[in-house]
Design a protein around this ligand. Structure first.
Ligand code: GDD
Ligand code: MG
Length: 319
């Protein structure tokens, strides 16, 4: 099965981290967000993933010189100018010939971290196919839906309303688009991929009108790692047992002074933590150096922190 993974956004909300590194290539535990995505897709039966690239494609090409990740074959579709979500899907899917096939394919927003079993979403789509489903989307419950695509469904899973980022208080539903879809190849008819088009603002509302959009709601672990607090949380949840997956908190090649304190934190490969330094609830990126007596709390340090410096709730880009 093929997947299209949307990785062409600007990662605006994670600046300055994303000035140097595109969002999907940021560390998540001891891997990257994108590597975990590939692990997750492979488990669901995905063999081939098309990376829908726009902003900063070069780091992706450099990160996967053999064009494979977690056993998934990678294909690269590079947009000349941002095509937005549906434009990017149409363009990337056509670049590998999915419009000429008959089987459905998976689509994932590149910043989603979830324990959803993709195979369950594929199975739900196959069930809804007989009712005319052109797409089946994963839904998750949230407290404040205003930052997401809010979805109204019938008990049988048919979607009756999709509103992207509604004004607070204007919708009753607490279920939102969780950013993983199964699409019929024929849905590409409404995603030509030759101009910017939003799947959330145009394509999904259009499919609702056609009664061709279905959904599967689950309460699996889920978050969108595209915001500072959720990006940090996604990392910490990989080491604290809240996930089905677990990763090492401290990489075996990191060097921790025996008089430092590191608690509830991810420390990447080759990082160094100095004497008397305190690292609490934070992410220390690969090769970052935390100076003697520095304090790093609730922060992401992909770059160095000077001796005795105190940083709290901060994002520190690599130099
Ligand atoms: N190739 C390409 N080209 N990718 C793009 C483009 C583009 O022009 N624009 C955005 N993307 C990618 C981003 O890189 C990201 O992986 C994905 O599309 C979604 O964009 P975000 O910017 O992360 O959107 P969001 O988080 O505000 O909202 C989306 O995700 C929510 C769930 O986390 C929407 O799909 C919402 O409906 C959804 O609830
Ligand atoms: Mg997002």
């Amino acid at each position: 099965m093929f997947a299209v993974v949307l990785v062409g956004g600007f990662g605006t909300r994670l600046r300055p981290l994303t000035n140097a590194v595109p969002k999907p290539l940021l560390p998540l535990g001891q891997r990257t967000i994108l590597e975990w995505m590939m692990v997750h897709l492979a488990r669901g039966g995905v063999t081939d993933a098309v990376l829908a690239l726009g902003f900063k494609p070069e780091p992706f090409l450099a990160a996967f010189p053999d064009r494979t990740c977690a056993g998934v074959r990678l294909h690269f579709a590079i947009e000349d100018a941002p095509l937005d979500t549906a434009g990017a899907i149409g363009f990337a899917a056509r670049s590998v010939g999915l419009h000429e096939r008959t089987e459905p394919f998976v689509v994932a927003n590149g910043d989603i971290v979830t324990d959803l079993r993709i195979a369950d979403l594929v199975a739900a789509h196959r069930r809804h196919r007989t009712d005319g489903a052109l797409a089946t989307i994963h839904l998750t419950p949230v407290v404040d839906p205003s930052q997401y695509g809010v979805v109204e469904t019938q008990p049988d899973g048919r979607v009756t309303g999709f509103v992207e980022k509604p004004a607070p208080g204007t919708t009753a539903s607490r279920h939102v688009n969780a950013g993983t879809y199964v699409l019929e190849a024929s849905s590409l008819d409404v995603m030509p991929g030759d101009a910017p088009l939003s799947i959330e603002r145009v394509t999904f509302p259009h499919l609702v009108q056609q009664q061709a959009l279905f959904a599967l709601a689950t309460d699996d672990y889920w978050l969108d790692a595209g915001r500072p607090d959720s990006y940090l949380r996604a990392n910490l949840d990989l080491i604290n047992g809240r996930r089905n997956d677990r990763d090492d908190a401290v990489h075996s090649s990191a060097v921790l002074d025996h008089e430092c304190e590191v608690r509830d934190s991810v420390v990447g490969a080759g990082a160094r933590i100095g004497k008397g330094a305190r690292v609490i609830g934070s992410v220390i990126g690969p090769r970052a150096v935390i100076g003697d007596s520095a304090v790093v709390e609730g922060s992401v340090a992909l770059g160095d922190v000077a001796a005795s410096q105190v940083v709290r709730d901060a994002l520190i880009a690599p130099a």
